[in-house]
Design a protein around this ligand. Structure first.
Ligand SMILES: [Zn+2]
Length: 420
């Protein structure tokens, strides 16, 4: 009998292994079915400046092996994070004011545990399948609250490759392979055909086997069969640091994302009054139409600005500075008229937008330098801004400051002195 067959997860030697190296006895591997437990709060400390409890024992898995921490409750106070720090496990709580050292009831958020065990087990199956089908090894993985990613050491994956990978993994899920955890001393690790190198410095390794298909050293908590994953969806792949980053979801998350998509496509289909299977074509047509309309609109706006500029010029008599304050236009729209004026006249031009509290001075004259006068006007009105010899823009924090700038410019000697 090998060491591994001999070493069952409930072996008392394993228990003593845990108690030797930690203050907190860990039950999340050996009794992963436990939802609640009577514990004793040994100390209330801090972990990353958050209130945190040290317990005599725990059923909550601390973040590690790529798997996020379990959440739960202690005496109904939410446990929002669980972290290893040295040899201590900290149960970070939202608020420790109602807690004290002594007996307490610890509860596991089973929904979160099941979700992350599902994502994690699916990741093993996905990484193993990609390695077999493409030769690409998984270099890193991230299990997120909504989506998960793996970085695969391969330069490209075509959309049809992703479909084939997705189909293959779902077939393996339906085959319902057992997921088995072996505990082994590091010197025995070579007896397994491991997919990746085991971590160094561990006294005992956890090897997760998907029934002869995959062997991977891993400290996370997994499901006990691939069938429990339910289904896996590969959401996409993009190039990342010379590798391919695949995003995926598994289990109930697939249903959740499907519902969101169904609601979104349903709403879009009702808005456009087309059946859902014609939605892509309808949106493409709409985008094309909008793009043409945008171009037409721009041409019309330019024409309108030229007409407005001509009208403003007709009304301008003696002043060397044309000043136009728009109470209902953005600075970009105001500048459209400003630029049209610039083309038509040698006079200096000031346009301002009241909604955006911005103003701009501009001129078509190459012998002018607006910078000194604009700097002094901005200083006097409390505005900020910048620009060059023929264009300068300022921003203001109030209507009064903008008015001060406009009035200051209208009465400034510079424009009189430089008039043509
Ligand atoms: Zn794992």
């Amino acid at each position: 009998m090998s060491f591994l067959e001999f070493f069952s997860p409930l072996d008392p030697c394993l228990e003593s292994y845990h108690t030797e190296i930690m203050e907190t006895k860990t039950l999340y591997y050996d009794q992963s079915w436990l939802d609640e437990l009577d514990v004793s709060v040994l100390a209330i400390e801090t972990c990353d400046n958050r209130p945190a409890l040290v317990l005599d024992k725990t059923i909550l898995y601390p973040e590690g092996g790529g798997q996020p921490a379990d959440h739960g409750w202690i005496n109904d106070v939410p446990v929002v994070d669980v972290q290893f720090a040295g040899e201590t496990i900290y149960h970070v709580v939202a608020d420790a004011s109602s807690l004290a050292p002594g007996p307490a009831r610890l509860k596991l958020n089973r929904r979160r545990r099941t979700d992350f065990s599902t994502q994690h087990s699916a990741q093993h199956l996905l990484s193993a399948t990609i390695l077999r089908l493409t030769g690409g090894a998984t270099i890193s993985m991230h299990l997120g609250d909504r989506f998960n990613t793996i970085d695969v050491d391969i330069s490209a994956l075509a959309p049809e490759d992703l479909l084939f990978i997705e189909d293959s993994v779902n077939e393996l899920i339906r085959e319902n392979f057992k997921i088995i955890t072996h505990l082994c001393p590091p010197e025995d690790a070579n007896s397994f055909p491991l997919r990746k190198k085991p971590p160094e410095g561990e006294q005992l390794l956890r090897i997760v086997e998907i029934d002869g298909y995959d062997y991977s050293p891993c400290a996370g908590i997994h499901l006990t069969s691939t069938g429990q994953i339910g289904t896996l969806a590969v959401l996409g792949a993009e190039k990342y640091k010379g590798m391919m980053r695949l995003s995926f979801i598994a289990g109930q998350r697939v249903v959740g994302e499907y519902r969101l998509l169904r609601e979104a496509t349903g709403a879009a289909s009702r808005s456009l009054k087309v059946p859902q299977d014609e939605l892509a074509r309808a949106v493409a047509n709409l985008a094309k139409k909008l793009s043409i309309q945008d171009k037409q609109m721009l041409i019309l706006k330019e024409r309108l600005a030229s007409l407005e500029a001509a009208q403003i010029l007709e009304e301008t008599h003696k002043s060397p500075l044309i000043s136009k304050v728009f109470s209902d236009r953005s600075i970009d729209e105001a500048l459209r008229v400003g630029r049209a004026l610039q083309k038509e006249t040698d006079l200096f031009v000031l346009v301002a937008s009241v909604p955006e509290l911005k103003a701009a001075l501009l001129t078509g004259r190459t012998d002018a330098d607006l910078r000194p006068v604009c700097k002094s006007l901005l200083e006097a009105s409390g505005g900020t801004g910048g620009g060059g010899p023929t264009y300068y823009q300022g921003s203001f924090s109030s209507r009064e400051d903008l008015n001060k700038f406009v009035k200051g410019a209208e009465n400034h000697e510079y424009f009189n002195q430089n008039r043509r």
